[in-house]
Design a protein around this ligand. Sequence first.
Ligand SMILES: C[S@@+](CC[C@H](N)C(=O)[O-])C[C@H]1O[C@@H](n2cnc3c(N)ncnc32)[C@H](O)[C@@H]1O
Length: 216
Amino acid sequence: MNPATQLADGIATLGLSITESNQARLLQYLALIQKWNRVHNLTAVREPEAMLALHVLDSLAVLPHIGGSRIADVGSGAGLPGIPVALARPEWRVVLVESNHKKAAFLQQARIELGLENVEVIGERMEGVRSNAGFNTVISRAFSDLADFVKLAGHLCARGEEQGTDCGRLVAMKGVYPHEELAQLPETFIVDNILSLTIPGLRAKRHLVVLKRAGQ
Ligand SMILES: C[S@@+](CC[C@H](N)C(=O)[O-])C[C@H]1O[C@@H](n2cnc3c(N)ncnc32)[C@H](O)[C@@H]1O
């Protein structure tokens, strides 16, 4: 199957609506990862069809379950899930935090080449990031266990009273159901929801763990 068809079919299976021009930019993003992968080791997955499912569709699958309009992607690597999210939802503002210099340089380049005006790249360790932005969603994939995610990134979540509406959520993209990590969760955050996701073209299990501040 050609990549454009695989992407369009995957998007339809996920029940999403993404414009044709943004689908073309998603393919452009994949091509950019492939180009940079020849020199920098951005991702171990190199086969285009697998990349599309494992990276792009896996990232897009979170869209119905996260709230905009301010999103932070922590430990973004090559921009996953942040760049597909930013491409699919241009009206959201997406901040990518990535400590590795080469990966952060790739993210800056992708931002320029893809014309991602809604993306900001912070090339620093999370430990040094102090933001008052009050994000609606702070998301990560393959970044850390849940306890460290709360410890390192919990402060970025919007507080309910700041927004006058709902508080922000920490959203962790996981493979198998993370029983042990959930048992180690600090008291400051509680489980809001745990969703089982099916990704088109992937057999592996996926779970989305949604956390919110205790008492909100
Ligand atoms: C396993 S990779 C996952 C990348 C991407 N989220 C994905 O799913 O493909 C984890 C990334 O987190 C970054 N990272 C690790 N510790 C970090 C920290 N304390 N602050 C910011 N980035 C960090 C690493 O440089 C790496 O790119």
